[in-house]
Design a protein around this ligand. Structure first.
Ligand SMILES: Nc1ncnc2c1ncn2[C@@H]1O[C@H](COP(=O)(O)OP(=O)(O)O)[C@@H](O)[C@H]1O
Ligand SMILES: [Mg+2]
Length: 290
């Protein structure tokens, strides 16, 4: 008889990065600004954050941060640069991974170069605690791929009925394309009051539970704040330019709640390898439209 092999769990606790994707059904709902400022807010909590620009069509996180990265993921994909050349520090605890077109090239790699690249990216696990991915709008294959590869999805909507409908449509297509459990939290941006945001999120959560049989979470709300537009024009992140503004306060609160809820999840994150492995697989697949 063969002796059974018992695999001992490693006694060394290896921390793996947790991943969050910021998605929305529509352009202009605030995804990029939220990604940037949530990253900075978490950085202020002494959490190391990698911010990945995952919007292929409109990679603009660098502009919002007022930085000009020389290289992006594409140089890493092509083996022309190392991770350390591509990442760009944007604060004490926060660095940007300029993604752009590099993300799409992931899908075109053969298996060997893909795993070589993913091995290189795995260094991010040791460099950051959380990776936040800003994505493009709508039910784009790239965006859905990110949403299905991360640990937590932040679904951004404004109180406008068109935005709510698009966000719900996106949620539906995520639920239909997901193979396992999905952790999605709705974030209501540009709300005029906490009550308005609550109403919007309650309606979406009710619909999700009734028609999609899913437990949609609530990440919180960010008030409509002209200071945010001012910050964008100044090419400076809101949290730095107007740290005491209403929207900054809201974003800090959401960041704290997110960090707290991430901590409660045992086993920490699935890590960068898992994220990019799933992503590259997903990018090669067809996406269902909801
Ligand atoms: N909370 C807010 N209050 C006021 N204006 C906002 C707010 N959030 C976003 N905006 C406006 O919306 C614009 C688009 O935001 P952006 O983050 O680029 O959206 P997305 O990435 O979803 O396309 C910003 O330039 C800003 O003018
Ligand atoms: Mg954007």
């Amino acid at each position: 008889m063969m002796a059974s092999v018992v695999v001992q769990p490693s006694s060394k606790i290896s921390r793996s990065i947790r991943s969050i994707a910021v998605v929305g059904g529509k352009g202009g709902v605030g995804k990029s600004n939220l990604s940037v400022n949530l990253a900075l807010a978490m950085g202020q909590q002494d959490v190391k954050v990698a911010l990945l620009d995952g919007d292929l069509g409109l990679a603009n996180v660098d502009i919002l941060l007022g930085v000009q990265p020389e290289y992006n993921l594409i140089h890493l994909v092509r083996g022309e640069k190392d991770l350390k050349d591509v990442i760009c520090s944007v604060g004490d605890q926060v660095f940007l991974v300029p993604g752009g077109a590099g993300v799409e090239e992931l899908a075109n790699l053969d298996d060997n170069s893909q795993s070589a690249l993913i091995d290189k990216l795995a260094d991010l696990d040791a460099m950051a605690d959380i990776i936040i991915v800003d994505t493009g709008a709508g039910i784009h294959k790239n965006m859905v791929s990110f949403a299905l590869a991360v640990d937590t999805v932040i679904l951004v909507t404004t109180p406008e009925p068109t935005s709510i409908r698009d966000a719900y449509g996106l949620l539906k297509s995520l639920v239909f394309s997901a193979m396992g459990k999905l952790d999605v939290k709705v974030l209501v941006n540009m709300a005029v009051s906490q009550d308005e945001a609550k109403l919007v999120s309650d309606r979406m959560r009710f619909a999700a539970s009734q028609f999609l049989r899913m437990d949609l979470g609530y990440a919180g709300y960010v008030l409509l704040d002209p200071k945010l537009t001012e910050a964008v024009r100044a090419r400076k992140p809101l949290l730095r330019l107007f740290p005491r503004s209403a929207a900054s306060e809201c974003i800090r609160m959401i960041a704290m709640d997110l960090l707290e809820s991430e901590e409660r999840i045992p086993g920490a994150g699935k890590g960068v390898k898992s994220l990019f492995f799933k992503l590259s697989r997903r990018l090669g697949m067809k996406v269902e439209r909801g």
